[in-house]
Design a protein. Structure first.
Length: 135
């Protein structure tokens, strides 16, 4: 097998572990949420990756549903005083949102790599500008 040929990897496995979507070994992020320039193991340029606000959207949506279900079950079964929610429930939901950001970002970048996602490009018909200014 040539070094240029990489077997396809499971996007969930590499993404949720925040690993390179091509080799599955190199780290994808530096710090908490900053994308690296490239993979230190295989040299894949991460310039294609642009998850934007996707991880935050999915984390908030998931925790909005799961967190509210948990909140309502807790409220209607235990009926704690309000301060318990302020000290325990709401910080727990916020921490779960933050905790989901890294794996969701890794997963979205892995999906972008596998599906060769790129910003939309279109040709101008000549009357409304010169096309997409993205690249
Ligand atoms: Zn790699």
């Amino acid at each position: 097998m040539s070094e240029d040929v990489w077997p396809p990897l499971n996007t969930l496995s590499t993404g949720l572990r925040c690993r390179c979507p091509r080799c599955g070994k190199g780290p994808l992020l530096k710090g908490f949420l900053t994308l690296r320039e490239s993979c230190p193991e295989c040299g894949l340029d991460y310039g294609f990756a642009e998850p934007a606000d996707g991880p935050a959207f999915f984390a908030m949506s998931a925790m909005g549903i799961i967190g509210m279900i948990g909140f309502m079950v807790f409220e209607f079964t235990v009926q704690p005083p309000v301060w318990v929610h302020m000290v325990f429930t709401f910080p727990l939901i916020a921490a779960a949102c933050v905790g989901l950001l890294r794996p969701l970002k890794g997963w979205m970048v892995a999906e972008q790599f596998v599906h060769k996602a790129a910003p939309p490009e279109w040709k101008s018909v000549g009357k409304h500008g010169d096309g997409s200014p993205w690249r």
